[in-house]
Write a new protein. Structure first.
Length: 567
């Protein structure tokens, strides 16, 4: 047990539920709870909410109803009373490249708000949340941070890879096959065959894309049980993880350990370190900033630069690498990687976790990866000596942008701008051959406010790769990238075009330079010309004025602050 917590006063395990169910005046509440299965003895037990993101909207979440029941069984067996409730999910993979994708990042806020609402309203004493697709995870963590009641996150698990011509394939393989088909590298039959085998069943997208990146980050933060991030969606290990989370949340309740005890600045530094070592998604920047905001930790995008200078990329995982998450699971998941980083003094070992133990204590008995494995390299032969997540500044990004530079595409690119005011317009020109070697594709008015919703640009980046232009063109945007995106790409450009950021005044043919070594993104024009264009710029009309997108546009902050709505 972590010594710093051993003498902590024990909290009332029913501090919240007792206000709902105790006393003669709460008889109406008890009457309603009897109807949903409460017995007399249940009213004296701590109530634990189980937030299920189950949905048949996406394979990422189609199995989570069963996992939620396993968690509830674990809670009930250990003396608590579980109450399962639902929240939404959307599918990035299905909506990608469409108007519907504007709701994706918005769903993170809806999930956070809805989980907070149910737990707060119903008086649950603790929370276990189970997530699968990308936005479930940060959304649930944001709710846990706001509520600050004993909580554990359970990852729904990774999908097993599909197989096409003896090679592992996944959803990104399908997106890239679209580009190959447009470039006449494959025929329609081959495209259909790839489409038909890429998604074999339940689980989150299989590379080190956003879901697996965030699952890993949350485990390292200390908010998931060890190895929760590295289990197949359909497996005995994942069922055991759910049941054990039920037991563990009651232990947290007994000890009075809450999310704000766990999610400290040092814990976020640990999460950033492992995200870099894994070669994780650019979305981790956005989501970790948002979770830190919710928990009251002062995390900034420059912290990614500071940590990235000393942390190498070690994992050879898709999209830039060769292997999928299921293969990392088979060699032990992220725990041996964390042990490597801890031994090198790149992790803070004294951070508390949901086990009630520290990071160092959790890792004390972890065995190294098996000899001969090629998925995770040693520190003395990294894939990249420093971070692939590069925070850029410059006259095109005065308050920052996020680049994903694996090193394979180079570290510097200068080209001529091809400017598009929407993702759809850019994708059309990529597929029809308008985009050529040396172009910098500029996609603007896709930021948090301008979209609204900050769509992911997986369709355009995959089309570029499928066209064989991955090293020949660059793509910059005030939108986001999928964790599956790779190539010379820069996103999260701030201030975004919609609020008058310099991206708004770029014209076709302008010269743009991306320099990962200098960490700069610049429009190669004289300051006087930039000022002249900005003075003559007029904001476009909002695309949405009502409904959830309209509300989001009015509330959302800059991507450099995490695109949060309660700033």
């Amino acid at each position: 047990m972590n010594k710093s917590k051993s003498n902590k006063p024990q909290n009332n395990s029913r501090a919240h539920s007792s206000l709902v169910t105790d006393g003669y005046e709460r008889a109406p509440s008890r009457a309603m709870l009897r109807a949903v299965g409460f017995k007399n003895e249940d009213f004296s037990k701590p109530q634990i909410g189980v937030a299920s993101t189950w949905s048949m909207v996406t394979p990422c979440n189609m199995h989570i109803d069963k996992l939620a029941l396993k968690t509830a069984e674990g809670i009930d067996r250990c003396g608590g009373k579980a109450v399962v409730f639902g929240t939404i999910t959307v599918s990035d993979g299905i909506s990608m490249g469409t108007e519907g994708m504007k709701y994706s990042l918005v769903s993170r806020e809806v999930i956070a708000d809805s989980v907070e609402t149910v737990v707060g309203c119903e008086g649950f004493d603790g929370l276990v949340a189970i997530g699968g697709c990308d936005k479930n995870m940060p959304g649930c963590l944001m709710a846990m941070a706001r509520l600050n009641r004993p909580s554990i996150f359970v990852y729904g698990g990774t999908i097993l890879p599909g197989c096409y011509k003896t090679k592992n394939v996944d959803i990104v393989s399908v997106f890239e096959a679209v580009g190959s088909y447009a470039n006449q590298k494959i025929d329609r039959q081959e495209l259909t065959e790839i489409e038909s085998c890429a998604i074999p069943g339940p689980g989150s997208c299989g590379g080190m894309y956003t879901a697996n990146t965030m699952a890993s980050a949350i485990e390292v933060l200390g908010m998931s049980l060890p190895n929760s991030s590295a289990q197949a969606a359909v497996s005995a290990e994942k069922e055991n993880d759910c049941a054990e989370a039920g037991r563990a949340v009651l232990e947290l309740l007994r000890l009075g350990i809450k999310p704000r005890d766990i999610m400290t600045k040092k814990a976020f530094e640990n999460a950033i370190t492992v995200v870099i070592a894994l070669g994780g998604s650019t979305n981790a920047v956005l989501h970790l900033l948002a979770i830190a905001h919710a928990v009251g930790v002062k995390l900034k995008i420059d912290d990614f630069t500071r940590i990235g200078k000393k942390v190498p990329v070690l994992a050879d995982l898709k999209p830039s690498g060769r292997f999928v998450m299921a293969e990392l699971v088979n060699i032990g998941g992220i725990l041996p990687l964390m042990k490597i980083l801890l031994d090198a003094k790149l992790l803070h070992g004294d951070c508390l976790t949901v086990t009630g133990k520290t990071v160092a204590e959790n890792l004390s008995q972890v065995k190294p990866y098996p000899s001969g494995q090629e998925i995770v390299r040693s520190l003395d032969r990294p894939i990249k000596n420093n971070s692939h997540l590069v925070i850029l500044y410059g006259n095109l990004a005065p308050t920052g942008a996020v680049a994903k530079i694996s090193g394979k595409e180079g570290t510097q690119f200068t080209g001529r701008a091809k400017v598009y005011n929407s993702e759809e317009a850019a994708l059309k020109k990529i597929l029809d051959g308008t985009i050529q070697k040396g172009d910098v594709i500029v996609i603007r008015y896709e930021g948090p406010k301008g979209g609204p919703g900050m769509r992911e640009m997986l369709a355009p980046t995959s089309a570029v790769m499928g066209k064989g232009l991955g090293k020949e063109v660059a793509l910059i945007t005030d939108g986001r990238f999928s964790g599956g995106s790779h190539g010379f790409v820069v996103g999260h450009i701030t201030p975004e075009a919609y609020v008058g950021g310099p991206l708004a005044i770029v014209r076709d043919g302008d010269s743009i330079t991306i320099d990962a070594l200098k960490q700069e993104l610049n429009l190669n024009l004289k300051p006087a010309e930039i000022k002249k264009r900005l003075n003559s710029w007029k904001p476009p009309k909002p695309r949405y004025t009502m409904g959830v997108l309209g509300k989001y546009m009015n509330a959302v902050s800059s991507a450099s602050l995490g695109a949060v709505t309660d700033s």
